[in-house]
Design a protein around this ligand. Structure first.
Ligand code: SF4
Length: 426
């Protein structure tokens, strides 16, 4: 979502006559988009901002902070780093061009009411400058779920869905610009409800598939408690919908899930996976896990290991628990030592490393469709993503393949990626 927001702000500035530069010495404005979902990125923000200070002193560079930390800390950012010129919480980014042009410094906005608008970015922010062939589109922002560890409802506000008409217009514009694949974003896309027509997320997927020329659709993130049969069936019904589902479990222990206020049990989570596999047997699954949540016993952790072992995820994203302000869990004692957290995290990641070989071997000798996007970091060939969202190296690809969806026969399963050669169908 931060990538999407950064792209909106960049496009808005470009449409106001600004240019992008990769050289900080040439820049008159740098904007840092911040994340407060864990403690580490918050700490990194200040060291990142500090690196630009010499440029401010030498060239008069202006430094803005946007994103969730801007919302969380507001004017406290200036107490910590008085050289910051602007602080814009989510929803306030539309003011960036005006503040920069009129030099209204220091500027601080972290009003919560700004988060509750359907369209938080103006139409002038639409378009794709970060990627030529793939793009993100936020369908809703905010969250009402209040998982006990999560700061998002406090910094991104209540759940607000965008109108499907606006979304279709935005996606059509992207398609006109050459975008072939869109990833729909929301903290909990399952809660999507068009404020005009009341259509739900599954209906929105049908509409995007039928009414826009994009070739591929993906979405993140689904909350397991709301994932339902109607949405599962879209994987069978919509050929443009790619067979990849991110369904964050967070833990494999009912006790911890309850403490996390996730509102489902492991058995209910598994039923949702079965629902999805029934509609799309070949679906690639991914998930998020938090280890070391307050009170997590060795037995709770082993149940998480069991879930990962049994499910066979293509990808997992696992993190150590870190206490966040405002949250319910911040009232619990953070009583799992960092040694235990790291040991458990490594154990989980080691298990996933083993599982990946097993899970991804199913792609070997298969023909997959790859949207070729960019040069591989090593060698002269190109790479892109398969339907299952795996980075795929196409060893005999050329510049001509970029921007096309091509058939590739997989002959290599690598550590984080897969690879193969172009395949001609008869
Ligand atoms: S669903 Fe839970 S984890 Fe996800 S954004 Fe909402 S509160 Fe946070």
């Amino acid at each position: 979502m931060n990538v999407y927001d950064s792209e909106r702000v960049s496009t808005m500035l470009i449409n106001n006559g600004w240019n992008m530069t990769k050289e900080v010495s040439e820049a008159s404005l740098v904007i840092i988009n911040s994340c407060s979902v864990r403690e580490k990125p918050l700490q990194k923000l200040f060291s990142c901002a500090g690196r630009y200070l010499p440029y401010k002193k030498k060239y008069g560079l202006k430094i803005f902070i946007m994103g969730c930390v801007a919302q969380q800390l507001g004017d406290k950012i200036l107490e910590k780093a008085s050289y910051i010129d602007g602080v814009f919480g989510p929803g306030a980014e539309y003011m960036i061009p005006e503040v920069a042009e009129k030099e209204i410094f220091p500027f601080i906005s972290n009003q919560t009411d700004l988060l509750e608008r359907e369209e938080i970015f103006p139409a002038s922010s639409r378009g794709n400058i970060f990627g030529k062939y793939t793009s993100y589109v936020t369908v809703m922002h905010g969250c009402n779920n209040y998982c006990s560890y999560c700061i998002v409802p406090f910094v991104r506000g209540k759940e607000v869905s965008r109108k499907s008409k606006e979304l279709l217009d935005e996606i059509k514009l992207l398609a006109d610009n050459g975008v072939l694949e869109v990833t729909l974003l929301g903290q909990n896309v399952n809660s999507y409800k068009d404020p005009d027509s009341g259509i739900d997320f599954a209906d929105l997927l049908y509409k995007i598939s039928e009414e826009t020329p994009v070739k591929r659709i993906r979405f993140i993130t689904s909350h397991p408690k709301d994932f339902n049969i109607k949405l599962a069936e879209t994987f069978a019904q919509i050929s443009k919908l790619m067979p990849y589902l991110h369904l964050p479990a967070q833990s494999g222990s009912d006790n911890i899930l309850n403490m996390m206020n996730r509102k489902y049990t492991v058995s209910e989570y598994n039923k949702k996976l079965d629902m999805c596999r029934k509609a799309c047997p070949d679906i690639a699954l991914s998930s998020d896990f938090i280890v070391g949540f307050p009170g997590e016993t060795e037995d709770d952790f082993n149940q998480t290991m069991l879930l990962v072992d049994k499910t066979g995820y293509d990808v997992i994203f696992a993190f150590n628990y870190s206490q966040r302000p405002f949250t319910q869990a911040s009232l619990y004692e953070d009583n799992i030592s960092s040694e235990i957290k790291f040991r458990r995290l490594n154990q989980l990641l080691d298990l996933q490393k083993q599982k990946i070989k097993e899970v991804r071997n199913r792609y070997l000798n298969r023909v997959v469709k790859v949207l070729v996007e960019s040069k591989s970091p090593k060698g002269s060939s190109f790479m892109g993503r398969s339907e299952h969202n795996l980075i795929t190296h196409v060893y005999d690809s050329t510049e001509d393949d970029v921007g096309k969806i091509i058939d590739v026969k997989i002959n290599k399963i690598l550590k984080n990626t897969i690879g193969g050669k172009k395949y001609e169908r008869n």
